[in-house]
Design a protein around this ligand. Structure first.
Ligand code: FAD
Length: 235
């Protein structure tokens, strides 16, 4: 059942840098001790009376005591600076869970996920949840990045594809090294080439507004209903 957002307290349990521009922060819950949320939802951290930053939960909802955020801190704004300064043990207050970019298991349509770089965060949470809790239906992830080093959690998706024949992982990059075996170009081009039929299809796309628009336009051109393209705009 959907949870109402509430004021929460946590403390920083661990910090990792999967690449120099991306920080992962584990938040151990204090109040409530168990944080109930749906995969794909986000939390908001306040920075003033009307200033907040939203970050999506990377970890699966099966892990309620410690949640993980994964953030691209290149924008260097208020939120990025605050994250860079965090230390293990620091208290963190936030409000959540919020957001409707969640997967509907009762939906009989085939699902395609499209993510742009750090936009993988809700998709990673949704896929982790689906496969941890048993999901046998065919699903495709088209994951775009400027180059292969920005395909965060790539190893995890490759492993998922090896273990679950119904899961197809297609990485796509703009700058491909010579040995690259995957799609090249932009995200919308990959979607255009890989999605042959939009019949009984639902697409979840997350990343920047330009990519969301381009992906949606490519699908609408194939006859897809705009409402069947669900999106979460990070920037
Ligand atoms: C619902 C929601 C969920 C989000 N979840 C995440 C998440 O899980 N991880 C994450 O890294 N970000 C996420 N974001 C973006 C996040 O809220 C911040 O905008 C981001 O962390 C930068 O914060 P900032 O204060 O440093 O810079 P801001 O002042 O917020 O941003 C400065 C500028 O950079 C743009 N920008 C923000 N992020 C990026 C980016 N990755 N690449 C290019 N430009 C960008 C902003 O649109 C703005 O123009 C989410 C946004 C929304 C609305």
């Amino acid at each position: 059942m959907a949870q109402k957002p509430r004021e929460c307290r946590a403390e920083v349990a661990a910090i990792r840098w999967p690449r120099p521009e991306v920080i992962e922060v584990d938040l151990r819950m204090v109040e409530p001790p168990d944080f109930v949320f749906e995969a794909g939802q986000w939390i908001s951290v306040p920075f003033g009376p009307k200033v907040v930053r939203a970050w999506t939960i990377l970890s699966s909802p099966t892990r309620r005591r410690t949640i993980t955020l994964s953030v691209d801190v290149v924008p260097a704004g208020l939120g990025s600076q605050w994250l860079r300064a965090l230390k293990v043990g620091d208290p963190v207050e936030f409000k959540g869970p919020t957001g409707g970019f969640v997967f509907n298991r009762a939906d009989p349509r085939r699902a395609v996920f499209v993510a742009e770089e750090i936009g993988i965060v809700p998709v990673r949470a949704i896929l982790a949840d689906l496969y941890e809790t048993g999901y046998g239906r065919p699903t495709i992830l088209i994951y775009w990045a400027r180059d292969p080093s920005w395909l965060l959690y790539d190893g995890e998706f490759r492993s998922l594809a090896r273990r679950y024949p119904g899961f197809t992982y297609v990485p796509a990059v703009r700058e491909a090294p010579a040995a690259w075996r995957g799609e090249t170009g932009e995200a919308a081009g990959a979607v255009d080439r890989l999605v042959h039929s939009v019949d009984k299809l639902v697409v979840y796309v997350c990343g920047g507004g330009d990519t969301i628009d381009a992906v949606r336009n490519a699908l609408v051109k194939k006859g897809m209903d705009r409402k069947s393209v669900k999106w979460e705009k990070f920037w």
